[in-house]
Design a binder for this molecule. Structure first.
Ligand SMILES: [Ca+2]
Length: 168
């Protein structure tokens, strides 16, 4: 193999080799919840239920007891927070959602998710989260970029009958 080709191959291997994570990270996604897509169009609309998912990764040797995940979710476009997983406590005070009392172990990972229904709205609304993890002394460990999704208005669709009784 010629030198330039060997060099090129080494370069490619180096670029694509998985690198061990060394930084504290917090990632978020917003997806349609299973069975949350009420109008079955595969898109997020007002009235649908979405899942907020968070993955906190701590590759360091430090333990963070009593850490808090600030979702920075604007709470006003959401209702019916349910199906909370990965945490025993969730606060939806102060118009946002906060997950307190997390124990983040050294080289540990914390996965949290919950579902929320998007309010019925005659306007398109944006739902978003900008996750941030702070220590018990309120020092910032990590703040990640905002994840946002557009939820379409119910205009032009049949307005669902909220009073419909399911138990008849
Ligand atoms: Ca939908």
């Amino acid at each position: 193999m010629t030198d330039w080709l060997t060099n090129a191959k080494d370069f490619v291997v180096d670029v694509f080799a998985p690198k061990p994570k060394s930084e504290f990270t917090v990632d978020s996604t917003i997806t349609l919840a299973p069975d949350g897509d009420y109008d079955k169009n595969g898109e997020i609309d007002s009235g649908d239920i979405v899942t907020f998912n968070y993955a906190i990764t701590n590759p360091t040797k430090n333990e963070y007891p009593f850490a808090t995940l600030l979702t920075n979710i604007p709470r006003n476009n959401l209702n019916f927070i349910h199906d909370v997983k990965g945490t025993a406590s969730l606060s939806d005070e102060n118009d946002t959602i906060t997950i307190p009392n997390l124990r983040i172990a050294p080289q540990g990972e914390v996965i949290i998710s919950f579902n929320a229904r998007i309010n019925y709205s005659s306007e398109d609304v944006t739902i978003s989260t900008e996750p941030e993890v702070i220590t018990k002394d309120r020092q910032q460990l990590k703040k990640s970029p905002k994840t946002e999704k557009r939820a379409k208005s119910w205009k032009g669709k049949e307005f669902p009958n909220m009073m419909e009784r399911k138990d008849k």
